[in-house]
Ligand binder design. Structure first.
Ligand code: EPU
Length: 429
């Protein structure tokens, strides 16, 4: 596996951001599409608007490790996948351990080899993140799952349509079971499916490939298995989390940004919460204008599946609410372990109190730069936001965490007037 360089971000805050920023393609759609492209036994899949981020690079490496020919033309944001000759059903530990989305490769391996072997399952450090919905679903489709201490073996001579369910509307669980069912003879019904916009984009991609899927966005998906799926071309939707992070960058610095490619409909409740805080939005065709002029108001946020407030934006809004005039109340309901940001914000001078699964943010705080730790991707980008509003220099490490999910953060922010750079520690003498 390619070792990403050890980096840290240096942000010197205080400048209102202004200008135009391009929203990247959606990480959480692109990763699934890379996995889905392996279901096509012939031809070359072309994915456009793929974000050049570390998680995508890991997915590419994983696809290559099992024999797919993958070219990632990063400057063109274009990925070309030829999965006609897969060579191994083993997802090797050195990649799978760092990359939880590895489990998305299981449907293709089951259909192509009759087995999948995962040598480790990794990802963000977000507390307990089980994969039981995935494994239970594979089992109901006819697979046997043998969960060892370090290796998970899944076998299926053939999969067959069945009635499946998810205990909660799991985002990746929905996509993974749809992929597994797409080539399974018979009809599969999945109850309690996720409705995130990325799920709909993945369904659109699979449908183009020839899959027969209905009910996307309703909470109940039906899949009629087809005999084969073919390689197609698809443009990945814009990343709503990246878009909202830049909206919050405008808000936290009191600036005004034009977001190219952002879709306000994909913000769900996030839009209304930001408006309550005093952030103003205006849509002009494909451009979303965001500005904040007045003092930020405190907010009450409870994370929930789409269209509720996205858990991936809980950390960024916590950073934003440190500047609000009063106490904000934030409750995380999707992932435990997603309050590691609180103590890092407090190092910057914020007053965030965690009590059980709620966090109270006592604003308005005066942030002052210091060294802070990015414990996961979204707390990392939230610390960059905090750094943009802090006096002096904020140093955020490891940079890899941020680069997992947001492309060219320093370059994009610099264009908007921010004072930010990346220090490469690997090259340091
Ligand atoms: N869960 C289970 N069992 C399962 C699957 C999920 O208990 O088999 C639980 C999880 O532990 C969690 C909840 O269900 O408490 C929701 O998990 P979900 O499966 O929806 O999350 P995910 O699909 O693993 C995706 C994104 C996350 C994003 C969540 C919620 C990808 C690759 N990841 O994760 O993105 O936070 O949906 O929208 O699509 C990120 O981008 O930073 C990120 C963490």
């Amino acid at each position: 596996m390619t070792e990403a360089p050890e980096t840290r971000y240096h942000v010197r805050g205080g400048t209102p951001l202004n200008g135009t920023v391009f929203v990247q393609g959606a990480k959480n759609a692109a990763l699934k599409m890379i996995a889905a492209s392996l279901l096509a036994a012939n031809g070359r899949t072309v994915l456009r608007n793929v974000p050049p981020i570390e998680d995508v690079r890991r997915a590419v490496e994983l696809a290559q490790a099992i024999g797919a020919l993958v070219e990632f033309h990063e400057a063109e944001r274009t990925l070309v996948v030829d999965a006609s000759r897969l060579t191994s059903p083993v997802l090797p530990a050195e990649i799978a351990r760092r990359f939880r989305a590895s489990v998305l490769f299981v449907p293709a391996l089951l259909h192509r080899f009759g087995e999948a072997i995962i040598e480790g399952v990794g990802g963000c450090n977000l507390g307990s993140r089980n994969l039981d919905f995935h494994y239970r679903g594979f089992t109901r489709l006819g697979a046997t799952v043998d969960e060892g201490e370090t290796v998970i073996r899944i076998k299926a001579a053939k999969l067959e349509g069945a009635h499946l369910y998810l205990d909660t509307p799991s985002h990746t669980g929905t996509e993974n079971l749809i992929m597994a069912a797409a080539l399974a003879p018979g009809t599969t019904v999945i109850d309690n499916t996720a409705m995130e916009p990325e799920v709909l984009d993945v369904i659109a991609f699979l449908t183009k490939m020839g899959a027969d899927i209905s009910g996307g966005g309703t909470g109940f998906v039906t899949v009629h298995g087809v005999e084969e799926l073919h390689a197609v071309e698809h443009t990945v939707m814009a990343d709503r989390i990246d878009a909202a992070v830049f909206a919050m960058a405008a808000a936290i610095t009191g600036g005004e940004l034009s977001l190219v490619g952002a879709d306000l409909d994909h913000f769900g409740v996030v839009r209304w919460k930001l408006e309550q805080m005093g952030v103003e939005f205006a849509t002009h065709g494909a451009i979303l204008q965001v500005r904040r002029e007045r003092q930020l108001r405190p907010i009450n946020v409870i994370t929930s599946p789409f269209p509720g407030f996205a858990t991936d934006l809980q950390s960024p809004i916590m950073a934003l609410s440190t500047l609000a005039d009063g106490t904000s109340y934030i409750r995380e309901t999707i992932f435990d372990g997603r309050y590691t940001l609180a103590s890092e914000l407090n190092k910057l001078g914020a007053k965030v109190e965690v009590a059980g699964n709620a966090a109270l943010v006592h604003g308005p705080g005066v942030l002052k730069g210091t060294e802070v730790i990015a414990h996961d991707l979204r707390s990392g980008i939230a610390l960059i936001l905090a750094g943009l509003a802090a006096d002096g220099e904020t140093v955020v490490a490891p940079g890899y965490m941020i680069d997992r999910g947001h492309a060219s953060v320093a370059a994009r922010l610099t264009t908007l007037g921010a004072d930010i750079d990346v220090e490469n520690l690997t090259d340091a003498p």
